[in-house]
Ligand binder design. Structure first.
Ligand code: GLA
Ligand code: ZN
Length: 667
């Protein structure tokens, strides 16, 4: 299902439990929420100590009251399970619920998260409190969605987790230690294991040079999060089968494979905290657009929630600048344009004390509505009400960039070539940007996703590959697709063992019509160049020295002993084409190369008008969203008549955008 609401959800984290002693604040909150066009509140996120002040002693009265109050005021509830933080009594009585760090030391009670995901006691406690919540609120008319825990993250190295890891590894290698030794290449440095009990999590004082172990650990940590989550949601699925379930992801957090976790939620939700005004605006804009597209692609294009964002500033950036006027609107409109069905904030009301008291909120410490931020939120709320028809609409893309979580790990773990720069995600963004700036919709997928629905797939630095993906690439190209791979791709298998017989691996040499003999790494001051279409580019970081077999050479190296060897190739294979860009360039090459592809293939843009520099355009449903990320005002010539949805103008042919301005138009 794509549509959980009929309107854009506008709300966010609301912590009424912090004002339990001054309940007049609750009434004031209701008045203010209506003024701000808030239609949803996410509550109970960190309320365990309030719900269960002593073991087995429950207090739901305050939650009943606030649920009723929100309902009476027309505000939907997204109800959180409280496992993101637990009461002190629990840590005191059951120390095993606390996390053990990589150094082997068990944490004391403190902060939040900070728990062991394996601990049977913690899992039981979580199940119990969740069952109570589900039983109590299953028929409450305000309950619209479950928000599970909060930003699942991190790892525990306790003995329970070590045991769980060992048994995970044993399963993964079908009980064959022999096979594991072979795949981990344990003959090297005398590492041959003779018993499963010799396996332990990677750590700086222990094993940290076996990349297959490190990959297995990340896979285990992912699976352990999923099983913890499944344990949390079991009572909810049983008691409230029709209430959708989600949990909030964090940007490109590498600790959990979101591409795997995504299959277990009903919809994706993620927390968006761009460093606007702290870095180059266009860079932030493209990085954020990319994250939205990653999240939208996690469940095959299903719309998602922007579960958190800040209305003004954060408190955990190194320097927390205030959002300049309009930033809030621009951030939110960008999310909607890329497939979000919600604009939610952290948080509704600023805490009086505690670690996050200086984090931006809709209602500041002054406590009233006469603030710049409140007015912007209220204006935006009104704007969002005009956009209800996009809810549930998918963005369709014919282009995909592969940004694969497993490759995010693998490209960090191998030792060799240029150890200073890997930058996997940034490389993916580099290949995404040429499309983004031209208004061409892009999905960002994993190597395990289906390629068939695309015309063009780009796989930057796809170092690690599995048999399936290799077969899919071959099929895709033979059937008319265009596939782009870059340097250091298809080098190693899923245990980080190198392929024999020259790169890229196995059948891909024929698909690309090349073979790669060596890979050079560039020193910072190197001046190596490559040409492409008559233009010269720097060779940065690494480059493959390849030979064209059946491929056509589109560019060559200009320097070093490989001068004259191919740097860019294309091979016709079946009905499609396979491109290989053998070098990394940190300048214009990617843009020029993608422009050639776009022109050759006639890839169509979401905008049938010229997009000025620094402006982005994205289509969703019948609407085209136009956003000014430049530092100057811009006028967009629409080359035709459009309805301006936000101003109501029926036949606009030009749109004027102030700095951080945006428009939504319909043909
Ligand atoms: C995260 C958390 C919130 C809050 C915000 C602050 O996203 O989920 O609880 O701490 O950060 O930015
Ligand atoms: Zn543990």
């Amino acid at each position: 299902m794509d549509k959980f609401f009929n309107h854009i959800v506008h709300g966010g984290d609301y912590n009424p439990d912090q004002w339990i002693k001054t309940k007049e604040v609750w009434d004031e909150d209701m008045r203010l929420m209506k003024l701000a066009h808030i239609n949803s509140a996410t509550i109970n996120i960190f309320s365990w100590a309030m719900l269960e002040p002593q073991e087995g002693v429950y207090n739901f009265q305050w939650l009943d009251e606030i649920m009723d109050k929100l309902y009476e005021n027309g505000i939907d509830v997204i109800l959180a399970t409280p496992s993101g933080a637990r009461p002190p009594w629990m840590a005191q009585k059951y120390p095993e619920v606390l996390r053990v760090e990589e150094n082997g030391i068990r944490n004391e009670f403190g902060v939040r998260h900070n728990h062991c995901l394996t601990s049977p006691i913690y899992r039981q406690k979580v199940r119990e409190i969740n069952r109570k919540l589900a039983e109590r609120y299953k028929n409450h008319p305000a309950l619209k969605m479950w928000h599970i825990s909060n930003e699942y993250s991190s790892e525990c190295h306790c003995e329970l987790c070590q045991e769980a890891f060992r048994s995970w590894v044993k399963d993964y290698y079908n009980g064959s230690l022999d096979d594991l030794n072979e795949r981990w290449w344990n003959g090297f440095w005398s590492h041959t294991l003779t018993d499963w009990s010799q396996i332990s999590s990677p750590k700086s004082r222990g094993e940290n040079h076996v990349s297959a172990l490190k990959l297995c650990w990340k896979r285990f940590v992912t699976d352990n999060h999923i099983s913890f989550y499944e344990n949390e949601i079991a009572p909810l699925r049983e008691i409230t089968p029709t209430i959708p379930i989600t949990t909030n992801f964090m940007r490109m957090y590498s600790g959990i494979n979101y591409q795997k976790f995504a299959k277990h939620v009903d919809l994706i939700a993620w927390d968006n905290y761009p460093f606007w005004d702290e870095d180059d605006t266009e860079k932030i804009a493209v990085g954020t657009a990319f994250c939205h597209d990653v999240n939208r692609s996690l469940r095959g294009g299903q719309p998602f929630f922007m579960m958190e964002s800040t209305p003004s500033n954060a408190n955990w950036h190194p320097v927390n600048k205030l959002h300049k006027p309009n930033t809030l609107g621009l951030t939110s409109i960008q999310a909607i344009a890329h497939g979000a069905d919600s604009v939610q904030y952290f948080q509704w009301r600023k805490s009086r004390g505690g670690h996050e008291k200086y984090h931006g909120a809709v209602v500041d410490h002054c406590g009233h509505e006469n603030t710049r931020v409140f007015k912007e939120v209220a204006d935006l709320g009104e704007t969002l009400e005009k956009l209800s028809s996009v809810v549930g609409e998918r963005c369709e893309s014919k282009v995909a960039v592969i940004c694969d979580w497993e490759n995010m790990w693998a490209t960090e773990y191998f030792c060799g070539y240029n150890n200073l720069h890997r930058d996997y995600v940034d490389e993916c963004i580099k290949w995404y940007k040429p499309f983004w700036k031209r208004g061409i919709p892009v999905d960002v997928i994993s190597m395990n996703d289906d390629f068939k629905k695309y015309d063009l797939v780009l796989a930057p630095f796809m170092y690690m590959i599995n048999n399936d993906t290799e077969g899919k690439i071959k099929n895709f190209v033979e059937n008319g697709g265009q596939f782009v791979m870059t340097y250091l791709s298809a080098v190693a298998d899923t245990d980080d063992r190198c392929f024999f017989g020259g790169l890229p691996s196995n059948s891909l040499k024929d698909v690309f019509g090349i073979w790669c003999e060596e890979t050079d790494s560039l020193l910072e001051n190197s001046n190596n160049k490559a040409t492409f279409n008559g233009k010269e580019y720097d060779v940065n970081v690494v480059c493959d020295i390849i030979h064209a077999n059946t491929a056509k050479v589109l560019g060559t190296y200009e320097s070093d002993f490989y001068k004259g060897e191919p740097s860019v190739t294309v091979n016709s294979c079946g009905k499609g084409k396979a491109y290989y860009a053998a070098f990394r360039n940190d300048g214009d090459f990617t843009d020029d190369f993608c422009k050639m592809l776009i022109d050759d293939m006639g890839v169509s843009s979401d905008a049938d008008f010229a997009i000025p520099n620094g402006v982005a355009a994205k289509k969703r449903g019948d609407y085209t969203f136009i956003m000014n990320f430049s530092d100057e005002e811009r006028t967009v010539d629409l080359a035709g008549e459009y309805e301006n949805i936000l101003t109501g103008e029926k036949s606009a042919d030009k749109i004027h955008l102030p700095v951080r301005g945006y428009a939504v138009v319909k043909k």
